[in-house]
Ligand binder design. Structure first.
Ligand code: ZN
Length: 157
């Protein structure tokens, strides 16, 4: 994406933690991205109430993006993270670009986090990664995705 778009505030829900917002965003956009074989990316934003929202997921025409430019946080909120999905047969973890982008983010906001949904054979799952103080990024399976039924699996090309 070449043009940043301000995320709308039409989000249905807000969340008590950044993790919850990131996971909810992936729950919404990961299936769409898998089915359409496109990466979707958005921002995670903290409200003045200390609750969190996610902005609309945006994609690009190429069907993938090595550096997703997510929809930006609405004014009056604090940018705290990003989320995006990888496509079927795509990178099974955060890419070097993903990690580098978050590392830059963490220079100005050590609490910022990135969330990426990846497809791993045979089941999709989501991982959280973060990079703070130059430590090794930590990834963890979001086991709720492992409960997805087989008919939600998207095959490779
Ligand atoms: Zn990525």
């Amino acid at each position: 994406m070449n043009v940043q778009q301000q995320g709308s505030l039409r989000r249905r829900r807000n969340f008590s933690s950044l993790d919850q917002a990131g996971i909810a965003a992936l729950h919404e956009y990961f299936p769409i991205g898998m089915e359409r074989r496109r990466e979707y990316a958005g921002s995670l934003c903290r409200l003045s109430s200390n609750r969190y929202i996610y902005t609309d997921g945006l994609t690009n025409l190429a069907g993938f993006s090595t550096e997703p430019t997510p929809s930006v946080c609405p004014s009056g909120t604090t940018h705290m993270g990003e989320y995006h999905n990888h496509t079927p047969c795509g990178n099974p973890g955060p890419s070097s670009e993903d990690l580098g982008r978050l590392r830059e983010f963490n220079r100005t906001n050590p609490d910022a986090r990135g969330y990426v949904g990846v497809a791993a054979d045979p089941l999709p799952y989501a991982i959280r990664y973060y990079w703070a103080n130059d430590e090794v990024p930590i990834m963890q399976a979001m086991t709720e995705y492992l409960s997805w039924p087989q008919n939600r699996r998207v095959p490779c090309f």
